[in-house]
Design a protein around this ligand. Structure first.
Ligand code: KG4
Ligand code: ZN
Length: 359
């Protein structure tokens, strides 16, 4: 039985966790930076790096105290080494290196995306390789065959925006603030998806790639064209004629679901040998998307695995677990391992026509 200290700092959550190889999360703490970034409507890299630097050491001390342990009882230190905002990644990685050096423990430099990709195995001991993974977060939207630790075959990616990014932009357009995904999901539950007509980019196309830029622009146009709210009278409050913000949110979420189902079912037809359909990453916390995927898996004769909500958004337990998996294979990394702002899971995947900077 081994215990790994996981450290996460690639975006706007600073987190530490102690994970044991029997899948017990002994302790975990997470400090969100929502308050710091809210005034700007998105993550400001400089502010994020500074906040990580302030929070990381108290978080590590906190999880050790929670578990009643010292560093001496830890078998390895796993820190996110990319991809992500370079300032934040460096804070967590340097902290991990310093702890590894001071306590004379192995360092495991974890790919944040691999952390997401393996998180379902932390939650579900029965999940075997290979599985088809829909990885949907703020920066990534990919379909991958997960063939083993460090072994990924990318079947599809987004040619423009990530799905989480589209949720965040929709939230901004609707004035729902930051972070946007959960707010859009809550509002969508109150609306009528049929009240607004929105496009489904790439629906039916042969390759299982994604595109969300056109959907985001259509949300913007729907908001601009929204009929004004009419003042109420005779005891009736103000009435929205046409469609409401909740209708836009519901229509956006339904269009996103239709795209995800169509693209994923296309990938299923290429995922020979997959033991399960798995979803991970921040957007996997969306209950409507989870239940739509569950239906698709059932219709396709596949098991469906989705981690609990707290393991979907960024956290350190998934980084610690990736460390457990790598350590079991005898893998660790040198202390001069350089942070990687870009670090694709499948380096052999061809760049996709139309794709911008996203891996
Ligand atoms: O994995 P994650 O925490 O960070 C990245 O690695 O990007 O994902 C964050 C993304 C954000 O875009 C956020 O809006 C989205 O996940 N998200 C959601 C929900 N919760 C988080 N999107 C839709 N519905 C949700 N409930
Ligand atoms: Zn993430």
């Amino acid at each position: 039985m081994v215990i790994v200290l996981g450290i996460e700092s690639s975006c706007d959550e600073t987190a530490a966790a102690l994970v044991r190889s029997d899948r017990t999360v002994l302790a975990q703490r997470i400090a969100s930076q929502d308050e710091e970034h809210r005034p700007y409507g998105g993550v400001v890299p400089e502010i994020a790096a500074r906040a990580h630097a302030e929070k990381i050491v108290p978080l590590v001390e906190g999880v050790l105290a929670d578990a009643g342990m010292t560093l001496a009882g830890v078998d390895a230190i796993a820190a996110t080494a990319g991809p992500g905002l370079i300032g934040g990644v460096m804070v967590g990685l340097v902290t991990g290196k310093a702890l590894a050096m001071a306590a004379d423990k192995p360092l495991i430099a974890v790919n944040h995306l691999e952390g997401h990709a393996l998180s379902p195995r932390l939650a579900d001991p029965g999940l075997e390789f290979p599985y088809l993974l829909l990885l949907v977060s703020g920066g990534h939207c990919q379909l991958l065959m997960v063939e083993g630790i460090g072994r990924f075959r990318r079947l599809a990616t987004t040619i423009d925006d990530a799905l989480g990014e589209a949720f965040d932009k929709t939230a901004k357009i609707l004035g729902l603030g930051y972070p946007g995904g959960p707010a859009v999901e809550r509002m969508a539950a109150l609306g009528d998806a049929k009240a607004v007509s929105l496009p489904r980019p790439l629906l039916g196309s042969a390759e299982p790639h994604f595109s969300f830029a056109g959907l985001k622009s259509a949300v913007m146009r729907a908001k601009q064209a929204q009929p004004p709210v009419v003042a109420g009278c005779c005891g009736v409050g103000p009435v929205a004629t046409g469609y409401s913000d909740a209708d836009i949110a519901a229509a956006f979420q339904q269009a996103a679901i239709d795209c995800v189902l169509d693209r994923t079912s296309r990938a299923i037809s290429r995922a020979e040998g997959a033991t399960a359909l798995v979803v991970a990453g921040g957007v996997a916390a969306n209950k409507a998307i989870r239940s739509a995927l569950e239906g698709l898996a059932a219709a396709s004769g596949l098991r469906f695995v989705a981690p609990p909500l707290a393991l979907c958004t960024d956290n350190a337990a998934m980084i610690g677990w990736a460390g457990v998996e790598r350590l079991a294979l005898g893998q660790s990394d040198p202390l001069d391992f350089a942070a990687r702002p870009r670090w694709p899971l499948d380096p052999a995947a061809e760049p996709v026509r139309g794709a911008g900077v996203k891996a």
